[in-house]
Ligand binder design. Structure first.
Ligand SMILES: Cc1cc2nc3c(=O)[nH]c(=O)nc-3n(C[C@H](O)[C@H](O)[C@H](O)COP(=O)(O)OP(=O)(O)OC[C@H]3O[C@@H](n4cnc5c(N)ncnc54)[C@H](O)[C@@H]3O)c2cc1C
Length: 321
């Protein structure tokens, strides 16, 4: 029941449970500005823990109170429902440390990939430039095993520090993880830090590779428009973009969302689109490709807060260990 200040028992419980957390706790926070697509309603609760122990406290609290917990990285691969999210959204922007020991770099999950690439290039350490142009945070890049045709995040990964879904901090070596194409295989663990082994090289040579990748990307992808990057995984031996184009989807539009004329595996938002329109357009594209080629395209993008049995809920699964 709402108290005299409008607060609910659950709200008071959340505040009380998180009172020991260092960092920010806010209510009713709009999420659209925190996503690349600029779509989605508000979060009931939005938390930005200061350190790893604070992340652990948030995980343990949500598990204990039975609250859905969503982990938002750079927001470049999520579509958030128009009605927003019930529960807690956590972002790790405060975990922003970059430390170097010889050719190894240990990075906080909240560091943006472009900042990390800049730092390693300046330090004359090569290997991460295959990730040029991916607008992720390090935690999101590891969770998704983000990559390009030149390589992926796990190529140079040595280990990660995670908060398990029971709130324990743990170190996992690469050999204890089972990454797949666009999936780091971390289950319900929260990445708080990652270590990469890099190769010494001339900063000018690293910069040249970086620039070439960026140029190729700018020429073929709608980088200046609002999107989530490629919406479907490439099926084995083929390209989702090629199938979508060949199925005649390039002119499709639903409200403010349309299939990009530049790259058919991108759905772009003209700033007026909604999550419902994104979902409808994605369905239409998937159905047309299935009807024309018999291929069931699998979404790479994550949908959060949709009341739809076809879609996983997107929050951490406290049922798994
Ligand atoms: C213009 C554009 C271009 C893109 N190009 C590429 C590309 O070339 N290659 C590619 O692979 N992707 C690409 N993407 C998609 C996207 O950048 C990647 O999927 C990226 O890994 C998402 O990282 P993020 O930090 O933005 O995570 P979010 O989008 O915020 O979250 C994605 C998933 O990761 C989880 N997650 C986030 N942080 C953590 C954490 N600390 N611990 C555990 N789980 C976490 C979230 O819960 C969610 O399930 C592109 C996107 C855009 C908008």
């Amino acid at each position: 029941m709402p108290g005299s200040d409008g607060s609910t028992a659950l709200g008071r419980g959340v505040r009380e449970a998180l009172s020991g957390m260092r960092g920010a706790v806010r209510e009713h926070v709009p999420l659209a500005p925190l996503t690349h697509l600029r779509i989605g309603g508000p979060a009931d609760w939005f938390v930005e823990p200061s350190g790893e122990e604070d992340v652990a406290l948030v995980v343990a609290t949500c598990r204990e109170l039975g609250l859905p917990l969503y982990l938002l990285g750079g927001g470049s691969n999520v579509v958030i429902a128009d009605a927003g999210l019930r529960g807690v959204v956590m972002q790790l922007g405060s975990l922003g440390r970059i430390a170097r020991e010889q050719h190894r770099v240990t990075v906080g999950a909240g560091v943006s990939l472009p900042s990390l690439l800049r730092a390693t290039k300046e330090a004359g350490l090569a290997g991460l430039e295959v990730l040029t142009g991916i607008p992720a945070q390090v935690g999101g890049a590891v969770a998704m095993n983000a990559g390009t045709r030149d390589g992926e995040t796990f190529d140079r990964l040595v280990s990660v520090t995670v908060v398990e879904n029971d709130g324990r901090l743990a170190e996992r070596g690469k050999d204890q993880l089972t990454p797949r194409y666009r999936d780091g295989g971390l289950g319900a663990a929260v990445v708080v830090q990652a270590t990469f082994e890099l190769t010494p090289d001339d900063p000018a040579a690293i910069f040249a590779r970086f620039s070439a990748s960026l140029k190729a990307r700018n020429a073929t992808q709608p980088v200046s428009q609002r999107s989530v990057g490629c919406v479907f995984r490439n099926p084995p031996g083929d390209k989702a973009g090629r199938l979508i184009e060949a199925a005649g989807c390039k002119t499709l539009q639903r409200g403010g969302l349309s299939v990009s004329a530049r790259h058919a595996n991108y759905l772009v938002n003209d700033d007026t689109g909604s999550a419902a329109e994104f979902r409808a357009l994605l369905r239409e594209v998937r159905d047309r490709v299935r009807a024309r080629f018999g291929v069931a395209l699998e979404p790479e993008v994550k949908f959060w807060g949709f009341d739809d049995p076809e879609l996983p809920p997107g929050c951490l699964d406290f049922g798994r260990s």
